[in-house]
Write a protein that binds this ligand. Structure first.
Ligand SMILES: Cc1cc2nc3c(=O)[nH]c(=O)nc-3n(C[C@H](O)[C@H](O)[C@H](O)COP(=O)(O)OP(=O)(O)OC[C@H]3O[C@@H](n4cnc5c(N)ncnc54)[C@H](O)[C@@H]3O)c2cc1C
Length: 285
């Protein structure tokens, strides 16, 4: 009985179920990357706040080596460069919600981020862990795709790569973990008349974030309704109902699960999109 409940995900296994592992606590990015390069017959995993990583290990994931990122210098900075906000991958949700620079450069993002989970999750969980967990219901990747953010990775071969948040779903989940690429920061365009709105009232059926850049460009990103967030660019200006209908009609087939069917999710995408595009127009710059 207990076993069935655990298999169904209703009861968590305790810490006692975690297999033995070696804990590495690097202080530099280069050492974290080196620690991830283990022999072929063993495995390694990064851990930031540890919320998802520990759960996965309780559920049977058994990396030989866990690399704790909490002491790695350079992962917790927040700065502004060339008109863009740079947020270190190790910055917690709580800091995003309360940091004065983010409040001044991206207030809508800070407000949306403050709606995540509960205070314990926001104090421990990081933006990097939220992205790298690749969970279809997590809000970070949806908001960041709508904002036109880019993810910066350092790789074990010494290369740096930049990936647009809206094309992040094209990177197969697991490929990032296997390669040992370390997400170091997230770059978010700011300035102008950028606005962002987020509606998570229908989670876990669908979540929708819509951003406009003040130059006639809009981006809508949707979570929960697909295996990975879907982001669509659109031109601001036409009637909100028409834009919403066009975007919703062209979406890939949404998932069907115990919470909702595909048709309902598509209908709700149209309803929430229309509502948010109208709201953005009313808010103005
Ligand atoms: C009760 C509860 C409610 C929640 N509610 C919400 C919610 O409303 N919205 C929402 O979006 N989320 C929600 N979450 C999820 C939460 O935001 C994430 O669990 C958290 O952000 C994960 O961050 P972490 O630092 O703990 O990641 P970890 O568990 O440390 O890591 C997660 C994954 O990312 C990898 N990783 C971490 N950092 C890096 C890096 N820098 N480079 C490469 N790989 C890395 C790890 O190897 C692991 O695979 C909720 C969680 C709980 C438990």
């Amino acid at each position: 009985m207990d076993h069935d409940l655990m298999e169904a995900g209703w009861v968590s296994r305790g810490h006692g179920s975690i297999a033995t592992f070696e804990l590495i606590r690097p202080t530099r990015v280069v050492d974290a990357l080196a620690a991830h390069r283990v022999a072929e017959d063993s495995s390694a995993a990064y851990m930031a706040g540890g919320i998802d990583q520990i759960n996965r290990m309780q559920d049977g994931a058994a990396p030989d080596r866990v690399i704790d990122l909490s002491r790695v210098q350079g992962l917790t900075g927040i700065s502004e460069k060339f008109g863009a906000l740079n947020i270190g991958a190790g910055v917690t949700h709580h800091r995003i919600e309360t940091d004065p620079m983010i409040a001044s450069l991206a207030p809508d993002l800070a407000a949306a981020w403050a709606t995540f989970g509960n205070i314990r999750v926001r104090m421990a969980g990081t933006i990097g862990g939220n992205i790298m967990a690749r969970h279809p219901n997590y809000d970070g990747p949806v908001l960041l795709a709508a904002c036109g953010a880019r993810y910066v990775f350092e790789k074990p071969d010494g290369m740096t790569s930049l990936i647009d948040a809206d094309s992040w779903p094209d990177v197969p989940p697991g490929a990032d973990a296997a390669s040992g690429a370390l997400l170091t920061r997230i770059v978010i365009p700011t300035g102008g008349d950028r606005r962002l709105v987020f509606d998570r009232s229908l989670k876990p059926v669908i979540s929708v974030a819509v951003a406009v850049d003040g130059n006639g460009g809009g981006r809508a990103a949707m979570g929960c309704a697909f295996a990975e967030p879907v982001c669509v660019a659109f031109d601001v200006g036409a009637n909100a109902g028409e834009i919403a209908a066009e975007i919703a009609g062209a979406l890939p087939v949404p998932i069907r699960d115990v919470f909702a069917g595909s048709d309902y999710r598509r209908r709700m995408a149209r309803v929430l999109l229309e509502r948010q595009i109208t709201l953005l127009a009313e808010m103005g710059p």
